[in-house]
Design a protein around this ligand. Sequence first.
Ligand SMILES: [Fe+2]
Length: 164
Amino acid sequence: MLRELFIEELKDIYWAEKHLTKALPKMKKAATSEELAAAFDEHLAVTHEQVVRVEQVFEMLEMTARAKKCEAMDGLVKEAQQIIEDLPKGSAVIDAGLIIAAQKVEHYEIAAYGSLVQLAKTMGENDIAEILQQTLDEEKEADQLLTELAVSGINISAENEPEE
Ligand SMILES: [Fe+2]
């Protein structure tokens, strides 16, 4: 039963990662700060690798990779789209909004991978746990970078921005 739960969660994160590869280019395009755009670009490359890692895990379980719609990621990406639609283009405030949206995504992924790593360990699948731990570490790094970008200037610029 635990194995089935693990596989269901794996299908969920597989869908989530693939969905994110479609959203990140739009977030990059909407970013005002070059640093933030570069961070989204970098995370897109990382996300492509993470998709491959999930496929690798399916393979290790001798299964074909299958995705199951992740309602949470669908909603989080919609929130990001809303920010892009609602906030002024070329502003610092849109960057502040994009960072919030991206951090919500990272926190979802940290929860998902953290759980998958623990389940894999419980099942005695240490090789799988190791692979997923790599992704978990990357998500934590991405989250930290976003915090740094926010506190190192973007939030202050957004605060000081003249109203339109
Ligand atoms: Fe990811």
